[in-house]
Design a protein around this ligand. Structure first.
Ligand SMILES: *Cc1c(COP(=O)(O)O)cnc(C)c1O
Length: 370
C-alpha cells in the first residue's frame, strides 16, 4: 500500500488495517442495515448487538469474571483521574499512588484538587522516571483506600513487568491506557482498570473501564449522575448517548486481537518487535536507550542520538522516509518509537534499517562525543 506510511505516534496511534477497511464500509452501511454506524440510534437493535459483541470480545480476551462490569465511557483517561478519587477516596482516608511519571502525577493532582489525602508510595522522579521502582522501595500508608498504578509510562518508555504487591484487601486501580491488551492481564488482581482507547484499542473519545461491581457501588450517591460508576454499570454504558463509533471500533479491535491469537500472541508479537529495536540500540554506540534495561517498555521505545542537532536531523530524515511520529516527548527529548499492537513488524524493520543507515552516515559527526 503506497498511500499509508509507518506511524510511530504515541497516541492517537496506528490501528489495524483490516479494522480500518471494515470501518470504512460500516460508516456507509453497517451490518447490512442500510444505515451507517454513526447514524444508528444507541437504543436500536443494530447498535445493541455491536455493544454486546464488543463487551463479549473484551471479556473473552482476558477471561473477565462476571463480578466485573465492562464499561465504555467518555472524558478520556484524564477524567478517570478525577472520578476515581471522587468515588473511592473519602475525605477521611488516604490513597496511595505509585509515581512513575507525568500521567501518575496528573492522577495525583486531581485527587489533591478535590482536597483528598494522597500518599506517594514510591517515585522514580529523582532520575527523571527512567525506571520502575523496585519492590523494596514501595512503602504504603497504613490502610489506604486504594493503590493507584500507571502500568506503562508512555512518555518515558517504562513499564511494570508485573503488578506490584499491595497489602491484602487494598484495591489496586490501574491506568493501563498505553499497554491495555498488549499482553495477558489478570483482571482479578485489580479492583479497577481504565484505559483511554487511542493508544492500543481504538479512537480517542472512548475509555474502557473494567470495574468490580461491588466497588462501583461504594461511591457517594451525591455525586453528579454522570460521575458515578454505578450509573454506567446499571445502564450498560447506555445512561446517555455513548461514543457509538468508538465502541464499534474498539469492538472490532478486540475481534482483531482474537483473530491474531489473543493476548499471549499479542505479547509475543510485541516482545519480538521491541527486541529488534532494543537489540539494535544496545549494539550501537551512536544511539542509546534512555531507560534502565529492566524497566523498558514494549510499547514506547525511547532513545537518543549523540547530539540534539543529530536528533533533529534524524527525525526530519525519518519523516521523509515515511517513518512518522518519532519525536520524543519534550520532557525526555530525543526519539520515541511507539510500537503498539497494531504496529506491524515491517514498520520496526524499516525503522531499524533507517537507524543503521543514519548511524553509518553520521558516525563521524559524533566522534567528538567519544
Ligand atoms: C495518553 C495517556 C493518558 C491520557 O489520556 P486521555 O485520554 O488523553 O485523557 C493517561 N494515561 C496514560 C498512561 C496515557 O498514555
Amino acid at each position: 500500500m503506497t498511500d499509508r506510511i509507518f506511524n510511530f505516534s504515541a497516541g492517537p496511534a496506528v490501528l489495524p488495517e483490516p479494522v480500518l477497511r471494515k470501518a470504512q464500509e460500516a460508516i456507509w452501511n453497517v451490518a447490512g442495515s442500510g444505515i451507517g454506524i454513526m447514524e444508528h440510534s444507541h437504543r436500536g437493535k443494530v447498535f445493541d448487538k455491536i455493544l454486546v459483541e464488543a463487551e463479549a470480545s473484551c471479556r473473552a480476551l482476558a477471561d473477565i469474571p462476571d463480578d466485573y462490569a465492562v464499561l465504555f465511557l467518555q472524558g478520556g483517561a484524564s477524567l478517570q483521574f478525577s472520578m476515581v478519587p471522587m468515588n473511592f477516596l473519602p475525605p477521611d482516608r488516604t490513597a496511595d499512588y505509585l509515581n512513575t511519571g507525568v500521567w501518575s502525577q496528573k492522577a495525583i493532582k486531581e485527587a489533591k484538587l478535590l482536597g483528598r489525602t494522597v500518599h506517594v508510595a514510591c517515585s522514580s522522579e529523582a532520575t527523571n522516571f527512567d525506571r520502575i521502582p523496585k519492590p523494596d522501595e514501595i512503602a504504603y500508608s497504613s490502610a489506604p483506600a486504594y493503590a493507584h498504578l500507571t502500568t506503562n509510562n508512555t512518555i518515558y518508555g517504562t513499564q511494570w513487568k508485573t503488578e506490584p504487591a499491595v497489602p491484602a484487601g487494598v484495591a489496586l486501580i490501574a491506568d493501563t491506557s498505553s499497554d491495555m491488551y498488549s499482553r495477558p492481564i489478570d483482571v482479578r488482581k485489580y479492583a479497577m482498570i481504565y484505559a483511554g482507547a487511542q493508544k492500543n484499542l481504538g479512537p480517542s473519545g472512548t475509555v474502557l473501564v473494567i470495574i468490580r461491581k461491588d466497588l462501583a457501588e461504594t461511591g457517594p450517591k451525591t455525586l453528579p449522575t454522570m460521575l458515578q460508576y454505578r450509573t454506567f454499570v446499571a445502564e450498560r454504558s447506555l445512561y446517555n448517548t455513548p461514543p457509538t463509533l468508538g465502541i464499534y471500533l474498539v469492538g472490532e479491535v478486540f475481534k482483531w486481537i482474537q483473530s491474531q491469537g489473543g493476548l499471549a500472541a499479542m505479547a509475543e508479537h510485541n516482545a519480538s518487535k521491541a527486541k529488534a529495536l532494543y537489540d539494535y540500540i544496545d549494539a550501537s554506540d551512536f544511539f542509546r536507550g534512555t531507560v534502565q534495561p529492566d524497566s523498558r517498555s514494549l510499547m514506547n521505545v525511547c532513545f537518543r542520538a549523540p547530539t540534539e542537532e543529530l536528533e533533529a536531523k534524524f527525525i526530519t530524515e525519518a519523516t521523509k522516509r515515511g517513518l512518522d511520529g518519532l519525536k520524543g516527548h519534550r520532557s525526555v527529548g530525543g526519539m520515541r518509537a511507539s510500537i503498539y499492537n497494531a504496529c506491524p513488524r515491517a514498520a520496526v524493520e524499516a525503522l531499524v534499517a533507517f537507524m543503521k543507515e543514519f548511524e553509518l552516515a553520521n558516525r563521524s559527526a559524533s566522534a567528538a562525543r567519544v
